[in-house]
Each structure stands twice: as structure tokens, then as C-alpha cells.
Design a protein around this ligand. Structure first.
Ligand SMILES: Cc1ncc(C[n+]2csc(CCOP(=O)(O)OP(=O)(O)O)c2C)c(N)n1
Length: 627
């Protein structure tokens, strides 16, 4: 039996003697690496590099704090695998991120030790601020709150809003652990990153570490107020360690930098921070991918995800990225913005070709959008590449900073629709609805690679307002050319000879291709279908109304929440034009959808060709008035 197998929770972990902890850390790393290379992880992928980096830190956290009475909030939550392994989930770990298996993020349904499952970055400090205030107000003064936040997540504006408030909440029992590995997906960028790097890489840091080790080993654990220790540390290194003034000037107690792979030092520092009685920031230096050479040496992202998440040839991301390079060569005014996701959004080639015209703004979608507004006001045409789910962060900026000013900004929304193993927070199922609210915004959804190129060119050709391109995760399917045109829309298929124009099936993006399969099945039941790809989902093409009048039933299919999306927009258009034809809208149920493969989730949502065809055949079995 391994040591890890004997640990069912933090209580067991606390009993392990300090001398055995290196063995425990190495067993955990072995489990992580073996899982990453398993056939199951090959399908689901997962976060390897971040977890290898927090092994000692997570052990120390669970030995010093008393979860779940003390609350540990992991920012983003992608680095919580070690926490899962130490809180009784070793047996299920092999099915991580699979349908029915553990989530790739903390999950309250799984464990009392899990709390925040949102997995959008930079929120942990606000949660922690609220939790600490709640414990204080309720008189639960023995409870501490810890937020573990990466240097990447610390680039998000919300984190700074929280720091501003935490500094003012002087009696909150709150420990902020900055897990500083220097990386987001990419090396973390910006002034904050430079500040942290100055602390991290300087010779002073080495000196400080030595000093802290010496100080802490000389002082007994209990009874020495943190302030005294801090004072001692500062006295010793005051002249050489200036960079820490950033946090101190904000009014936060700063402790560090601490070697994040020295478990004993971590325990000492965290215990002092816990007992301080007010907010403390513990700056911990870790190495992303620690202990697994292929991750340590990976120059793209330290194997942030494994298998790697980059934009492989043939993916939607890459097709977008390659076309943007071609556009960039012709159009010197086109610039690209990423929020810390250069490779996954397919911008790496553009950045290589036009480094001066590519901006990585950190995990700062709000800033990305308004900065794009500024770039557009300055005479450029920015292309902001985001995962669809993260557009939520920048809605107000899109609405008022960009659209109100009718600025020519193009937003490329990758991973739109069901994404799969990342679960409810990562499905791109909201953008199709919230974008409908934005006046003057044009939204395109390509069905295949040719249309990505075509629509991206049309989008960057728009100079009097914002445009959006939304496309899913993964590989692009085969190309399907139009057989006709209806206004600006592509007709992919007319009803088979001998069949009536029964159904007008309008499929958004690749759902138009699913529509072709549906049409094939319906033809077998004698139902004639016209399949249309609208290309632009907003504004809708007026030609849709005439076409609708010529059919008995309109069916819309979209890979987006069914409420307020493209289908609802079609209904509104038809109502406004007094078209009486019945309409059925198919999309994702407006629920938080769990993790699984994209195919599994689409099947459960009834968005496969078979389910759609069955549903439509069922409708035709009813009297016409009741469609
Ligand atoms: C709002 C938001 N934007 C983008 C992401 C995608 N994302 C997940 S992890 C990550 C990098 C996190 O870096 P850091 O906080 O330093 O943690 P590390 O992985 O380095 O441990 C990014 C950009 C996200 N989760 N949330």
C-alpha cells in the first residue's frame, strides 16, 4: 500500500511524519503523470503542469489549515487535483473529467472540502473576502480562509478589486497564497509579472530564502507573532528586497518569497499567516511542471494541459489563426489581442508573424475589450480572440465601450457551444444569447473551414461597428458548398424531387451540417427539407421571411442555450413580419451542463441528427395546427 493510499483526508495527512512527506509528494506526482498518460486522459485532457507545481503547497495547506472548518478557495480550480488526491478521491482519479467521473475543478457534490467550482479566473480573493467577513460577523472567529491564486489569475482586475477591499478588512482571518510560477498558459505578462519576477529571480531572493529559513528554524512555531517574524525578515533583507513594497503599500502584510517546494518552510510560513489575525499575503515561488522533465522543459506552456492544448492543424482555432495571418499580411491595421491564451486561441502564428501587432493582456477579458475599443478609436482594426465562455466577463465592455461607439472590433469566439470535459463553466453556451442584446453587433457562425476564412474577411471588412465570429472546439469537419443562395444565406439542400417544401431547417454554424443529416433521415419519412446556413446570425436576413412562408414548419438548430439565442431571434423576425408558419427552436437546455465528451452532451441535449429527425417526425405526426 502506498502512503497516499493511507490518506483519506486531511486528518490522516496531519499524522504523517515530516520525514515521510517527500515520499508522499513523489507518489502524488507519479499518480498525476500516470493519469496524464492514460488512455482516458488522452481523450479528456487535463491540467498537468499546474498540479505538478502545487504538490508541496497543497500538502502544507492541508496540514496547517483545518478544512472544511477552515475554507480553502482555489482560484480557477484547475490546480485542485492534488487537493482531490489528499481529500479521498484517489480511487476515482482515473476517471477524472469523464462523464460520471470527478470534475476537473473543485466540485461541491464531490467533497465537503471543495467550495468554489466556477473555474473562471481571478475570483478567489473576492470569495475569500466575503467568507472571512461572514465568519467574523457570525462570531466564528476560529475559522480561517485561504485563497490560492496564481500569478496569472492575479493579472485579472477582479483580484485587484478584492485586494483593495481585503486590505481594508483588517481583522479578517484571511491568507492569500500567491502561487507564483511565472506562467499563465504563457509566461505571465505585464507590470505585475515584472514586479514578481524582480522578486523571484533576483539574487536577493536567494538571500531572502536563506534568511527566512534561518529565521524560521531559530524561532519556535507557536507564540511568535507574525509581525515580529516579518520584522526580523525585513530587518535582515530590507535593503535588498524592495519589490515587496507593492503589496505592503496596499496595506497587506507580505510574507515571502517562500520556496514553494520546501514543505517544511511552507508549513512554518502558513502557520504564522494563519495565526496573524488579519489578512496576510504569502508569496510562494513554485515551478510549473515540477518533477516531470517534459513539463519542466516545455517551452510553450510547461504542459499546462496534457495532452497539449495548442491549436493543431485542422482545428477551428488554427483555421482562424492561419486566415488572420493572411489578413494581417494585407492589412497593417489589423492587430490581435489575447487574454493569456495565445496558443489555444490560434494566435501563435499571427504573433510570430506580427509580434508588434499582438497584445497579450493577461487574464483580463474586460481590459482586452476596452483596450480594443481604444485601438479602434486610434485607427486600427483589433481582433480579440477569446473562448466563448470568457466573453461573459467582457459583456458591458462590448455593449457600451465598443458597440455604443460603433467601433470596428472583431471578436473571434473559440470553443463556442458544448466544449466537453471542462464542465458547466466552460461550455460556450451563453454568447449566442447575450450577443443578441447588443445593438448594431453583427454575429457570424461559419459551418466549415472555407466559411471561417470567408466570414472572417467579411468581419474585418466591417468598419462601422463590431463583429463576432463564433465557432466550436476541435477539428473542422468536411466542407459543404452551397447549392443555392437565399438573400445572403447559403442553401445547402433543397427538398428531394417528389417531396414538398415541408421543413425549412436553419442551422447555425456547423449545425447546418447536422441539418443535412437530419434532412436525409426526414426524406426517408417522406418529409421534404430545405437546409439553410444563414452565415450571419445577427442581423437576420430578411429573405428568411419569404422562405418561411413557403414551408410548413421552420426548425432552427443551434449549439447555444435555447433561451434568447438565434432561434428566438428567428421567432421574433417571423412574428414581426406576420409570418404564421410554425417554428420549433432546438438548442441546449438552459441549464448548467456537466462534463462529458462533446458528443455525449450533444446527445443528451437531443442535438444529434437522429434525435432531431425523430422530434420533427413526431411533430409531423400531429395535425398541422399543433406543430
Ligand atoms: C476568466 C478566465 N480567462 C481565462 C481562463 C483560462 N485559463 C485557465 S488557467 C489559466 C492560466 C492560469 O495561470 P495561473 O493563475 O498563474 O495558474 P497556473 O496554471 O500557472 O498555476 C488561464 C488563462 C480562465 N480560466 N478564466
Amino acid at each position: 500500500m502506498s502512503l497516499l493510499e493511507t490518506i483519506a483526508g486531511p486528518r490522516d495527512l496531519k499524522k504523517v511524519s515530516a520525514s515521510m512527506l517527500p515520499q508522499l509528494a513523489s507518489e502524488i506526482r507519479q499518480v498525476l503523470v500516470e493519469w496524464a498518460h492514460s488512455p482516458s486522459a488522452a481523450k479528456t485532457s487535463g491540467h498537468l503542469g499546474p498540479n505538478l507545481g502545487v504538490v508541496e503547497l497543497t500538502i502544507a495547506l492541508h496540514r496547517v489549515f483545518d478544512s472544511p472548518a477552515d475554507r480553502i478557495v482555489f482560484d480557477t480550480g484547475h490546480q485542485s487535483y492534488v487537493h482531490k488526491l489528499l481529500t479521498g478521491r484517489l480511487a476515482e482519479f482515473g476517471t477524472l473529467r469523464q462523464r460520471g467521473g470527478p470534475s476537473g475543478y473543485p466540485s461541491r457534490a464531490e467533497s465537503e472540502h471543495d467550495l468554489v467550482e466556477n473555474s473562471h479566473a481571478s475570483t478567489s480573493l473576492s470569495y475569500a473576502d466575503g467568507l472571512a467577513k461572514a465568519f467574523r460577523l457570525r462570531g466564528e472567529t476560529d475559522r480561517a480562509v485561504v485563497a490560492v491564486i496564481g500569478d496569472g489569475a492575479l493579472t485579472g482586475g477582479m483580484a485587484w478589486e478584492a485586494l483593495n477591499n481585503i486590505a481594508a478588512a483588517k481583522d479578517s482571518r484571511l491568507v492569500i497564497v500567491v502561487n507564483d510560477n511565472g506562467w499563465s498558459y504563457q509566461p505571465t505578462v505585464g507590470g505585475l509579472a515584472e514586479h514578481l519576477a524582480a522578486v523571484r529571480v533576483s539574487q536577493q531572493y536567494e538571500n531572502t530564502l536563506e534568511y527566512i529559513k534561518a529565521t524560521l528554524s531559530r524561532t519556535p512555531l507557536v507564540g511568535v507573532p507574525l509581525q515580529q517574524t516579518l520584522h526580523g525578515i525585513k530587518k535582515g533583507v530590507k535593503d535588498v528586497l524592495q519589490p515587496q513594497v507593492l503589496f505592503e503599500d496596499l496595506g497587506l502584510k507580505y510574507l515571502g518569497p517562500i520556496d514553494g517546494h520546501d514543505e517544511q518552510i511552507l508549513e512554518h510560513a502558513l502557520a504564522r499567516a494563519r495565526d496573524f489575525g488579519g489578512p496576510v499575503l504569502v508569496h510562494v515561488i513554485t515551478q510549473k511542471g515540477r518533477g516531470y522533465p517534459p513539463a519542466e522543459q516545455n517551452e510553450v506552456d510547461c504542459l499546462h494541459q496534457f495532452p497539449p492544448a495548442g491549436a493543431a492543424p485542422g482545428t477551428w482555432s488554427r483555421v482562424f489563426g492561419d486566415e488572420l495571418v493572411a489578413i494581417g499580411a494585407r492589412r497593417p491595421d489589423v492587430v490581435a489581442i489575447t487574454a493569456a491564451m495565445l496558443h489555444p486561441t490560434g494566435l501563435a502564428e499571427f504573433a510570430a508573424a506580427f509580434p508588434d501587432r499582438t497584445y497579450d493582456v493577461g487574464i483580463a477579458e474586460q481590459h482586452a475589450m476596452t483596450s480594443a475599443a481604444g485601438l479602434a478609436m486610434g485607427g486600427l482594426h483589433p481582433v480579440v480572440a477569446l473562448y466563448a465562455t470568457f466573453l461573459n466577463r467582457a459583456f458591458d465592455q462590448l455593449l457600451l465601450d465598443v458597440a455604443l461607439h460603433r467601433l470596428p472590433v472583431t471578436i473571434a469566439l473559440d470553443r463556442a457551444g458544448v466544449t466537453g470535459p471542462d464542465g458547466p463553466s466552460h461550455h460556450g453556451m451563453w454568447d449566442g444569447s447575450v450577443l443578441q442584446l447588443v445593438p448594431g453587433l453583427r454575429v457570424a457562425a461559419p459551418r466549415d473551414a472555407r466559411r471561417v476564412a470567408e466570414l472572417l474577411n467579411e468581419a474585418v471588412g466591417v468598419s462601422d461597428g463590431p463583429t463576432v465570429l463564433r465557432y466550436p472546439k476541435g477539428k473542422v469537419g468536411g466542407e459543404v458548398d452551397a447549392v443555392g443562395r437565399l438573400g445572403g444565406m447559403d442553401v445547402l439542400q433543397f427538398p428531394r424531387p417528389g417531396l414538398d417544401a415541408d421543413v425549412l431547417l436553419v442551422g447555425a454554424g456547423p449545425m447546418a451540417l447536422t441539418g443535412l443529416e437530419v434532412a436525409g433521415r426526414l426524406a426517408e419519412s417522406g418529409i421534404g427539407v430545405t437546409v439553410v446556413d444563414p452565415r450571419w446570425l445577427k442581423p437576420l436576413d430578411e429573405a428568411l421571411t419569404d422562405a418561411a412562408r413557403r414551408h410548413r414548419l421552420i426548425v432552427t438548430v443551434e449549439d447555444n442555450g435555447v433561451v434568447g439565442g438565434f432561434g428566438d431571434a428567428v421567432c421574433r423576425l417571423l412574428r414581426a413580419s406576420d409570418v404564421g408558419t410554425a417554428v420549433r427552436t432546438f438548442g441546449l437546455p438552459q441549464q448548467f451542463l456537466g462534463h462529458g465528451t462533446r458528443d455525449e452532451i450533444l446527445a443528451a441535449a437531443g442535438l444529434t441528427a437522429g434525435s432531431l429527425a425523430d422530434a420533427i417526425v413526431g411533430l409531423f405526426a400531429r395535425p398541422a395546427a399543433n406543430y
